[in-house]
Design a protein around this ligand. Structure first.
Ligand code: NAD
Length: 410
């Protein structure tokens, strides 16, 4: 194969695709380009072991530094792509250089959604190592922190900050934290975890302003409530990084639109990871997943497409979060209106909650039961005809139920 594959983005999707191409036997050139100045690392560590200081950057690299060269992967970090010319098949870089490609994979991920408030030294976002270091330098024992947004970053940062001995207030717009991810009955239990850990969680906050004064940062809600702290972390979601793709005429709609082979609207240009909006083979419609395992699975799938072993992309998402000493795992696509079947005990934070929609299993959330999450992913894939009674029966092991299905012909 004499083709040159250029990959833009060094996150788990982009660096995963480079590795997957080699695993699939691709013998052409691979150039892996990204604006981040660090070699590929595990981004989920930013809000947890890196921020807490429990791990150094060397401990969270995806691969040793020598790996990329050994694999014949030309890794170029700290390099920003400014323009794509799909006619001449060239990408243009911020330093004026151009790189020609035969195949282009866009794995540009997302960026933090920002408040319109002006930037200040005391206001932080968390997306990359530089953000993490800046936040870490101010997150010292005894300091006070305002977290705007009680989603995944907000909850994890709140947990880490409590461990570091900071006082923490979380301001969430919705009635419950993590409401994008969890059904309300489960999100309520997570809200209780915040409170148990000494986090002051404020919900239903309609933020009007976030201003920096000499004494700290003040958040003001439209209903007149006001909170002040030494610093603030704003974690109100991420936006897919589609600018360069859109400017090149590649179809964009809530991310870069692709088909089930990860192909964009332009020939030989693919998109994977957080930025890709992909048809959902299980639920129908399009889905843009912001999950580690989705990015990894996209990487493998796009490599297969490129080497001619294409299969329609199909994967049940799965994610995990560590907060307040609990391991929370989510599978599938839990929704606010799902019927929730609880196995185990919510109050002792030892449970798996299975989410049903229109009689089908569509997702699950577990605390402290990771094996169940693996089983539920199989149940979603196989969409078996299992009664609610069986699912609710804690004496029936989910792993065994799933294993029984795997043994059956599809
Ligand atoms: P998120 O979507 O998980 O949460 C954002 C939260 O902010 C939501 O609860 C939302 O209701 C709230 N919000 C929105 N606007 C607000 C406002 N004006 N005032 C107050 N609250 C507001 O996004 P995030 O936490 O910023 O995370 C960003 C990305 O990082 C996501 O893709 C997420 O999946 C990823 N991430 C994942 C993990 C994990 O899987 N464990 C951990 C950290 C980050």
């Amino acid at each position: 194969d004499t083709r040159t594959v250029v990959i833009v983005g060094t996150g788990i999707a982009g660096s995963g695709a480079a590795q997957a191409l080699r695993k699939e036997g691709f013998g052409g050139s691979i150039i892996l380009i990204g604006s981040e100045t660090e070699e590929p690392y595990r981004r989920p560590a930013l809000s947890k072991e890196l921020l807490s200081g429990k791990a150094s950057i060397d401990r969270v690299r995806l691969r040793p530094s020598t790996f990329w060269n050994e694999q014949g992967i030309d890794l170029r970090i700290g390099v920003t792509v400014t323009r794509i010319d799909t006619d001449s098949r060239t990408i243009h870089l911020a330093d004026g250089d151009g790189v020609d490609y035969d195949v282009l994979i866009l794995a540009t991920g997302g960026r933090s959604r920002r408040l319109t408030a002006e930037d200040s030294e005391r206001v932080h976002y968390l997306r990359d190592i530089a953000d993490m270091r800046r936040l870490q330098s101010q997150l010292i024992e005894g300091s006070s922190l305002l977290v705007v947004g009680g989603g995944l970053i907000g909850s994890e940062v709140a947990s880490t900050a409590r461990d570091l001995g900071c006082s923490v207030q979380v301001l969430e717009a919705q009635p419950l934290p993590l409401s994008r991810l969890l059904p309300p009955s489960i999100a309520e239990k997570i809200a209780a975890l915040h409170n148990l850990a000494g986090v002051a969680l404020q919900t239903g906050v309609d933020l009007e302003t976030l201003t920096t004064g000499v004494d700290g940062v003040t958040a003001r809600a439209r209903d007149g409530r006001e909170w002040t702290a030494d610093l603030a972390v704003v974690a109100i979601g991420s936006l897919p990084d589609t600018d360069v793709a859109a400017a090149a005429g590649i179809a964009v709609d809530n991310g870069i639109s692709v088909d089930r082979y990860l192909r964009t609207s332009v020939i030989d240009v693919y998109a994977i990871g957080d930025v890709a909006n992909v048809p959902n083979g299980f639920l129908g419609g399009m889905h843009r997943g912001e999950h580690w395992n989705t990015a990894q699975d996209h990487a493998v799938a796009v490599a297969k497409t490129i080497v001619g072993k294409e299969e329609p992309f199909e994967s049940v998402p799965w994610s995990w979060s560590n907060q307040f000493g609990r391991n929370i795992q989510v599978a599938g696509w839990p929704g606010a209106d799902d019927t929730v079947i609880v196995r185990g005990d919510l109050d002792s934070y030892d449970f798996t909650a299975i989410c049903m929609r229109d009689g089908n299993i569509v997702g699950a959330v577990s605390v402290g039961r990771p094996k169940d999450i693996r089983a539920v992913r199989t149940l979603i894939e196989r969409s078996p005809d299992i009664s609610v009674d069986v699912l609710a029966d804690s004496n029936r092991d989910l792993t065994e139920l799933a294993a029984g299905l795997v043994a059956l012909p599809v």
